[in-house]
Design a protein around this ligand. Structure first.
Ligand SMILES: CC(C)(COP(=O)(O)OP(=O)(O)OC[C@H]1O[C@@H](n2cnc3c(N)ncnc32)[C@H](O)[C@@H]1OP(=O)(O)O)[C@@H](O)C(=O)NCCC(=O)NCCS
Length: 298
């Protein structure tokens, strides 16, 4: 996977071996994942992943296909795709979705391949990368930043869960028809437990000084043993917007990282003007275009 991806996506975020091992050996109860490999003359020349959501979006399967550069345009990708479709249908799925990323400078076949399967674009995001340190971004004086790593402390869990669910409901998915995932305390705990085995999980949250109400959070993952982090959610609750809390939370998380972490990845829809501006002000630049696509298989 790493070799196939790296060939035309120098800035791709790929899974680490440790993260893959957690996914493969201790399955989540909300997503079933399986892997296929294409073997030619005893050599693995391609791999594919199929993810079946088990709680929400049970009509969908998520797919990824990777073929080594020296073995492309020989039908290997198509064979892997057909095998994924067969398995997705057998699991009762009626559509397959995938994220297709294309470097802004290096030509790749991902988009052409996805279109050849009949998939259509439903949502677009930019993949941005920043080199640390980033310029500081002061916190509005009415708020204080609360940082934690790993499991969310008990006293903040109810507020954190409410914000996570607001994020899941609000996150833009364009024309992709998806139900939001709903987290409860047990599901959050299980996810924290699995994630901390492969990642340093860091949260920065903004708490209003006057009443202790949380106004937003930003979630960052640093894969163990790497020199980069990647941004997951950043949310500012509607009544707390307009104070540059998004930038302050991201910057607070980055400032707290160990010195060996040199880069941060993030993804933002190009029409999300507020977050795009926040990111560019922090020094992020667009390195890839990411298309979320899907195709009916029923
Ligand atoms: C995308 C990828 C999986 C294609 O693998 P592949 O084995 O070369 O694909 P196939 O030979 O089965 O091609 C199937 C169809 O895709 C399209 N396609 C594939 N590569 C193409 C290219 N370079 N230019 C134009 N169309 C292309 C064609 O329609 C092709 O059918 P054809 O050869 O009959 O014209 C491979 O390039 C890859 O691993 N890229 C990096 C990882 C990635 O981006 N994966 C896709 C995201 S999930």
């Amino acid at each position: 996977m790493e070799q196939a991806v790296r060939a035309d996506r120098p800035h791709a975020l790929t899974t680490t071996l440790a993260a893959f091992e957690v996914t493969a050996t201790s399955p989540s109860s909300h997503h079933a994942r399986s892997w296929l490999r294409a073997v030619v003359g005893g050599e693995v020349v391609g791999v594919a992943e199929l993810e079946l959501p088990l709680t929400e979006n049970t009509d969908v399967a998520w797919a990824e296909v990777h073929v080594l550069p020296g073995h492309r345009r020989q039908g290997v990708g198509r064979r892997l795709w057909e095998a994924l479709v067969e398995r997705a249908r057998a699991a009762g799925r009626t559509r397959i979705g995938g994220e297709v990323s294309v470097d802004v400078d290096v030509a790749g076949a991902a988009h052409e391949f996805a279109r050849a399967t009949g998939a259509v674009e439903r949502h677009r995001e930019d993949h941005l990368l920043a080199r640390l340190p980033v310029p500081g971004s002061p916190v509005h004086p009415a708020y204080e930043v609360v940082l934690w790593r790993g499991r969310c402390p008990e006293e903040h869990r109810a507020s954190y869960l409410a914000m996570r669910n607001q994020m899941n409901a609000d996150a833009p998915t364009g024309d992709l028809d998806l139900e939001p995932e709903v987290l409860d305390d047990a599901r959050l705990s299980a996810s924290e437990e699995r994630l901390t085995r492969a990642y340093d999980v860091r949260v920065a949250a903004a708490r209003r000084r006057s009443d202790g109400v949380f106004g937003g959070y930003s979630l960052l993952f640093v894969p163990h043993g790497t020199d980069y982090g990647w941004q997951d959610d950043t949310l500012v609750m509607p009544e707390h917007r307009g104070h540059r809390l998004g930038a302050a939370l991201k910057a607070a998380n980055y400032a707290d990282l160990p010195a060996e972490v040199r880069h941060v990845h993030t993804w933002t829809a190009p029409d999300n003007t507020a977050m795009h501006r926040t990111n560019t002000a922090l020094g992020f630049r667009v390195v890839e275009h990411m298309y979320e696509m899907d195709v009916a298989i029923a």
